[in-house]
Design a protein around this ligand. Structure first.
Ligand SMILES: C[S@@+](CC[C@H](N)C(=O)[O-])C[C@H]1O[C@@H](n2cnc3c(N)ncnc32)[C@H](O)[C@@H]1O
Length: 203
């Protein structure tokens, strides 16, 4: 590929992202209505965890997202069968959702459970936890909001702890208990649990 094509490729990707973010603004306002805060799960997978969490916490409104259409369809089925009215699921990419949120749509709690670990070193750049996404999360988190991260992968766990420790807007809480247990689809497969909970610092 020539350097010219690379520029074209970046411009195309930037335009696609801007279009996706614009469409998500509409979808988010449909899903959230005039709610000003909500519990956010990134990578809901088959929806086991957020459907159960929403049922257990009827006072919270929950939004789950995933990249994969069939998984979101399973989430919708769980929501319908369980008659759960305080949860919405969207097929969407997390950083685009964060860029589409309005300043009044704040994250009260964030859950990232068994995210893709991208174990090969050359793929680490694909991990969701990175300084840019931690800033995006902090920028949209309500004051004092908690970020809950769970993985089976010890290397991704250590990576996430290190990224949170370096980030000026997140503080790891060592003593905070995990708020709600129900096995996710991947937890059932993978078994191991490495948890970190961090709090947004500042306003
Ligand atoms: C390993 S699965 C875990 C699913 C679920 N949390 C569980 O524990 O069963 C990771 C999920 O995150 C989704 N995912 C990965 N990157 C994402 C992103 N940037 N935005 C939204 N979803 C994402 C994938 O499509 C996949 O369903």
């Amino acid at each position: 590929m020539s350097p010219g094509n690379k520029v074209f490729g970046k411009e195309w990707a930037d335009n696609l992202r801007a279009t996706n973010v614009e469409k998500l603004r509409t979808k988010l306002s449909e899903a959230l209505g005039n709610r000003t805060s909500f519990t956010f799960e990134i990578g809901s997978g088959h929806g086991h965890w957020l459907a159960a969490y929403a049922k257990h916490n009827p006072e919270e409104f929950c939004l789950g997202i995933d990249l994969i259409t069939e998984r979101i369809a399973k989430c919708h089925r769980k929501q319908t069968l369980g008659q759960i009215t305080n949860v919405a699921f969207l097929k969407a990419e997390a950083s685009e959702v964060l860029d589409a949120l309005s300043p009044t749509q704040r994250l009260a709690k964030i859950f990232i459970l068994y995210p893709d670990p991208w174990p090969k070193k050359r793929h680490h750049k694909n991990r969701f936890i990175n300084p840019e996404n931690l800033s995006r999360l902090a920028d949209h988190a309500a004051p004092g909001a908690l970020l809950h991260f769970r993985t089976d992968d010890p290397d991704y766990y250590a990576w996430t702890v290190a990224e949170l420790q370096k980030h000026p807007k997140w503080t790891i809480l060592d003593q905070k208990p995990w708020p709600f247990e129900t096995q996710t689809f991947f937890e059932e497969l993978l078994k191991a649990k490495n948890d970190v909970i961090a709090q947004k610092t500042g306003d």
